[in-house]
Design a protein around this ligand. Sequence first.
Ligand code: MG
Length: 362
Amino acid sequence: MRAEGDRYQVVALGVGSSVDALVRQAQEFRPQVVAIADAARRAEVAAALPFVQVVDDLADLVEPADVVVNGVVGFAGLPVTMRTLQLGRRLALANKESLIAGAPIVQPLRATPGAELVPVDSEHCAVHQCLRSSAFADREVARIVLTASGGPFRGRTSAQLADVGVEQALAHPTWKMGPKITIDSSTLMNKGLEVIEAHELFDVDYDRIEVVVHPQSVVHSMAEFTDGSTLAQLSLPDMRLPIGYALAYPARIGTPFGRIDWAQLGRLDFEAPDIATFRCLALAYAAGRQGGTAPAWLSAANEVAVDAFLQGGIRWHQIAEVNDEALQRYAPTPQSTVADIIDADAAARRCAAAIIGKVRSS
Ligand code: MG
């Protein structure tokens, strides 16, 4: 917004409990309405922003907007995703879980007149850009290749990872992100969820979605077409590019956030992911192939497991163990209503919590 302020106006802002950031940003960008989900801190916000309407539901921010950037963490982003599509607005989606878990109910909403989903996830933003090169992408895409930085633990063995702590898992080599997604990057669950996300976004089956580790995070993903041509999107790793892309599409913003210096870049490396050490990637493929509420189930179990790790309740390698056992305990559940999806999410959380209790006492 700072870079392209004459092109866009912030009409609404919302947070969970980050009052300071909300107040600072509202003072700078002057939205009409703000939302704070944490009820205990609402009075503080209202006092600091006397001329702004304060609401409690993030989904109530959608109405005045042309584009909604959904950057909520986890399943909690589902209502914003749904309301945006229901109102026929453009959804700039950074909250992958709402699409992954909510696919059975979110996908039909994409047909709402005016509704449009433009991914903010850097890999899917890259694929979105590559697919624009084909007027017949629905039948000419042979393969989607998602790149993964490999996270902070790339190249380490299971034995070397037995005792890693929260701070090490939070030290991502190339991207600066929130704690949940950074832990997901360290386990490769983030990439697994992105495989499901790519399947849902681009309607490409799982056999044609591959993951390759690319530690420089310059190639953000690729699309291979039926004639063997591969197109890739390259840029320096900065989330402002995908956000700007989703705002401006089909145009492009006028501000580059860094340019590649080809003479300095030197090399781009690619390697196969170590799926024996980083088991979450295969779990996500398995949940995606099962379909239905299985992705919702795995994603919810993973949220609980990551939270337990961040709180010091389980060890890093146990995140995958919890997810694995939770997925083994999954049995298909109804998926036609919002309540069905919320039930599946809640049941998966209870399941994961029970497994974590067992893991901790063993
Ligand atoms: Mg990503």
